[in-house]
Design a protein around this ligand. Structure first.
Ligand code: CP
Length: 317
């Protein structure tokens, strides 16, 4: 693997999920020396708990040294525009910063959220693309403007562990929120879920459909109760509108999932990538109850990061 920016960078994604599970079952002892003498740089333009900790833990299991930089709050303000006269607020051009970091590190992980104001700019993945262009080392997405592949890989690994049939019904269920959130997690989850099962649908209010490239194999369902009635996995997540970009158009009906709504489906498992706003996005009873897989997903962030870093290190040999 030369980079990990999307599911498309993975050759045979489901085989890769099986490989990741083998590493986990083996206690991550597959390649303790592989990263020795090499450095992983983790650059955060935005906050993180799980991605930051799990990627460092996975790197340590491979012998990789990690350098973490909160670029967004502690680094020089970066310029991304081409051929601009830098007489404004930005201090350093990404061409120079990325090239320097590429000299310091063998792999760079980058987290950069979207503006949610300029759809074309966000969906062109300007930040990630410029690091990819100028760093000269493999880039790993720690969540970009439009995708969060490490999260989705962890999600699919978790579903693979808990599934009871070859093609479980998977529902990505839109949930309420007080803020406009990116589409990165749902986009990415849709990419992976579409190869994991032929029973994948998205339940959301009209106006919250994802970009065409992320359409679910079973299409959209606009009635939450109908969608979840026979679901095996329900992945709860808020996202803002793609068509009315970055906005939260008004929603009719109750989209908060709780135990009561799932009484007739005792086998359904509940997923969320976290952080979650309890009582707003998802009910306390579901999060606290036996259906919840949220801690398993968070744990598998280490599994996912280990599998990705191992594959990239092998390609660097
Ligand atoms: N799910 C996830 O990426 O968590 P963090 O934002 O805390 O890294």
């Amino acid at each position: 693997m030369k980079q990990f920016l999307s599911q498309r960078d993975v050759y045979q994604p489901i085989n890769f999920v099986h490989k990741a599970l083998e590493y986990k079952r083996g206690g991550f002892s597959a390649a303790p020396q592989l990263g020795l003498g090499k450095t992983l740089g983790l650059l955060f333009f935005n906050p993180s708990l799980r991605t930051r900790m799990s990627t460092q833990l996975a790197a340590a299991k491979l012998g990789l040294q990690t350098v973490v930089m909160n670029v967004g709050s502690e680094g020089w303000a970066l310029e991304f525009g081409d051929d601009v006269v830098m007489n404004g607020q930005s201090v350093e051009h990404v061409k120079d910063a990325a090239a320097v970091m590429g000299r310091y590190c063998d792999i760079l992980g980058i987290r950069c959220f979207p503006s949610l104001s300029n759809r074309d700019a966000d969906y062109s993945e300007q930040v990630m693309e410029q690091f990819r262009k100028y760093a000269g080392v493999p880039i790993v997405s720690l969540e970009s403007a439009t995708l969060h592949p490490l999260q989705s890989l962890a999600d699919i690994i978790t579903m693979e562990e808990y599934k009871t049939k070859a093609h479980p019904k998977v529902v990505l269920a839109w949930a309420p929120h007080i803020k406009a959130l990116p589409q990165a997690v749902p986009n990415s989850f849709a990419q992976w879920a579409n190869v994991f099962t032929n029973q994948f649908t998205i339940a959301c209010p009209p106006g919250y459909e994802l970009a065409k490239a992320f359409e679910p194999v079973l299409g959209y369902e606009y009635n939450l109760d109908k969608a979840i009635a026979d679901a095996d996995f329900i992945y709860v997540k808020n996202w803002s509108s793609f068509s009315d970009y970055g906005k939260n158009p008004p929603v009719e009906g109750d989209w908060l999932l709780n135990e009561h709504r799932l009484l007739s489906n005792p086998g359904a498992r509940i997923m969320h990538c976290l952080p979650v706003r309890r009582g707003l996005e998802l009910s306390h009873d579901l999060l606290n109850g036996p259906r919840s897989l949220v801690l398993e997903q968070a744990t598998n962030r280490i599994t996912a990061a280990y599998a990705v870093l191992k594959e990239i290190l092998e390609a660097l040999k």
